[in-house]
Design a protein around this ligand. Sequence first.
Ligand code: UFG
Length: 332
Amino acid sequence: MTILVTGGAGYIGSHTVLYLKEQGEDVIVLDNLQKGHKKAVLGVPLYEGDLRDEKLLDNIFSKHTIDAVIHFAANSLVGESVEKPLEYYDNNVLGSYQLVKSMVKNNVKKIVFSSTAATYGEPTSIPIQESDPTLPTNPYGETKLAIEKMLRWSNDAYGLKSVCLRYFNAAGADPQGRIGEDHTPESHLIPIVLQAALGQREHVSIFGDDYQTEDGSCIRDYIHVLDLAQAHYLALKKLEETNESGVYNLGNEKGFSVKEVIETCRTVTQKEIKAVIGPRRAGDPAVLIASSEKAKNELGWNPQYPDLETIVTHAWNWHVNHPSGYQSKQYN
Ligand code: UFG
């Protein structure tokens, strides 16, 4: 298969590209490198450009015989999306619209889409099932849900088959330590705690300890980035075999509080890591835990690294060896 991966220089995209290559697939990456890193794209062609560039997309589709697209390229910060909703509609919705339009024009009929648990908003029950209500509480989730809907209607109208994967909290890094997670500025919990372990931050702020949870801090379902990569590959296989569209949650079906994550990081790194209780962060639901039964049953998904300590160990291995992320000397 020849697969076009949009956003293949980003965190989840680059790990998926590596995984696909290791399965023997041909991969082409399209990334505008606004957030992604050239150095995260290992051994596959990279087109540097934007999804909203119609000519570039048509050029890629006419130059290569693309069998399927995996679509990661997006802005993906919840807080930022509240501050700058139009940027999210522009990049995420307009970019995806342009991609789908070019796919239809160029007769490419399969897409795996990077969606999110943020499409559910405040959950009505735990664990969250795919059939639960989708009422996003921020523009990021809204734009991802709008794209899911665009794909559903494009299935009916143009026969474009899609699998939408709703990730919970992606974490970890390549177990071999070749690539990892590097955002500027960093806002995700595990890399922030590991930066504190490296002495790059004085402390970690726990965003609220007055939630209705056992220790008062928020509970999330952390899933290894390579297990997400495996799911994308299986989703493509399913599209090839059944030609049926679908929506799947991807999580470990187990929740950890912010305090538990910090404690796990202390165990793995053997560092003290100072934590300070801060105010709640706007828009954070108390508990998000996936039911991933559907992905396991229908895609044959079988997470290889479900243990939080393993997830943190892989992340730590990358951070400790690349303290400046992709600016570290190993990449120069
Ligand atoms: N947190 C802290 N301190 C920090 C950073 C985070 O206490 O310095 C807490 C948050 O409040 C939250 C938890 O740690 O309770 C995890 O926060 P992250 O920012 O790592 O992740 P989110 O759960 O906010 O968001 C992630 C993805 C989004 C996606 C969402 C879906 O980053 O893209 O999951 O649930 F939309």
